[in-house]
Design a protein around this ligand. Structure first.
Ligand SMILES: Cc1ncc(COP(=O)(O)O)c(C=O)c1O
Length: 343
């Protein structure tokens, strides 16, 4: 059966252009810094984000982890949202690999508020606490429904952290969704921060890889941590060739995903689903099966039987994500399948 796959924007297949670029990529040993395609991708990313340097890594999780390790010493504290990917979905690596102490922030509406940042902050000098040296901001915020942060409030949160002598890392897995949504520049976010991790393998459509950007010292440290985690790869220009196309040419298409997600949300609402409305959305729709359709697991199972894949987000929440492999007709067909599910 051919499935309509709405589980995630990570399920996309590389485009023909990406496959051609991968086949003909000029490569070298990247652990020696000798892969011209990886170097080109890193230089392009650094320029795009306005940062000094960049590092190609295997995944978003590795990008966030090497960033935590490069900003913090073991035993130091990091502020992050309790609904953030770094807190919930990276297998506890902040604690058990980086050895840092995560402090929870209220990020129920995406960007953590000033009060939350201030009250979780632990200054240097008190021997009872892991002093907080880093704030992580996720943009767009996955669990908050793909919520993009506006540049103004984002910069204010970052500047508050800087005033308190903390660095700021952006988990920008989908930062270009925020950029496409507001029509602003990625530098509106990156200039407020010390580092950013950007996934190439989500809405941008590359088969793998993320890019981390920051200043040269930070990237030098991150390169060493990448190596220690087993992420130093050899002729990785094969993959970076697709990553370069993703970062260079696929950013503008993200607004199509947003239109499709908005259509999905409207249709789900029309058919009686309990759609989580957040003030602004990008490429995700979260909803509950609601009274009409019973429990989430049964809905997900029935949809699979009819050729539609949707994702469980835990606690009865269901997530649908639009992407490169889905268009308006895919959305209408998916909605028709959902409408016909027996409660
Ligand atoms: C916000 C966010 N950050 C980081 C990641 C991690 O990316 P990866 O799956 O490439 O490790 C994800 C993955 O979905 C994500 O949604």
């Amino acid at each position: 059966m051919e499935y309509l796959d709405f589980r995630s924007d990570t399920v996309t297949m590389p485009t023909e252009e990406m496959r051609r670029a991968m086949a003909s990529a000029v490569v070298g040993d990247d652990v020696y810094g000798d892969d011209p395609t990886v170097n080109e991708l890193q230089e392009y990313a650094a320029k795009l984000t306005g940062m000094e340097a960049a590092l190609y890594v295997c995944s978003g999780t590795m990008g966030n982890l090497v960033s935590l390790m490069s900003h913090c010493a073991r035993g130091e504290g990091v502020l992050m949202g309790v609904n953030s990917h770094t807190w919930k979905n990276e297998a506890g690596n902040a604690a058990f690999i980086a050895g840092v102490m995560p402090y929870p922030l209220d990020d129920s509406s995406g960007l953590p508020g000033e009060e939350s940042i201030k009250s979780s902050y632990q200054p240097k000098g008190n021997i009872h606490y892991a002093n907080t040296v880093l704030l992580v901001l996720e943009n767009t915020h996955n669990s908050a429904g793909g919520l993009p942060a506006e540049a103004g409030p984002f910069a204010r949160a970052a500047s508050l952290a800087h005033d308190m002598d903390m660095k700021v890392h952006i988990d920008g897995a989908r930062i270009f969704d925020a950029v496409a949504f507001f029509g602003n520049d990625v530098k509106d976010y990156t200039r407020a921060a010390d580092s950013v991790q950007i996934c190439l393998s989500k809405g941008l459509g590359a088969p793998m890889g993320s890019i981390v950007c920051g200043n040269r010292d930070f990237i030098d440290r991150a390169r060493k941590y990448r190596k220690s985690l087993g992420g130093g790869q050899r002729q990785s220009g094969i993959a970076a060739a697709a990553g370069l196309i993703a970062l260079r040419d696929m950013r503008d298409r993200l607004s199509e995903d947003h239109e499709n997600a908005a259509l999905m949300a409207d249709l789900l609402l029309e058919y009686g689903f309990d759609v989580e409305y957040v003030p602004r959305r990008t490429n995700m729709v979260y909803f509950r099966a609601g009274e009409k359709f019973g429990d989430a697991d049964s809905l997900i199972r029935q949809c699979r039987g009819k050729g539609l894949l949707i994702g469980s987000a835990g606690a009865g929440r269901i997530r649908m994500v639009t992407h490169l492999g889905l268009d308006g007709d895919s959305v209408r067909n998916a909605a028709a399948i959902l409408k016909d599910i027996d409660a």
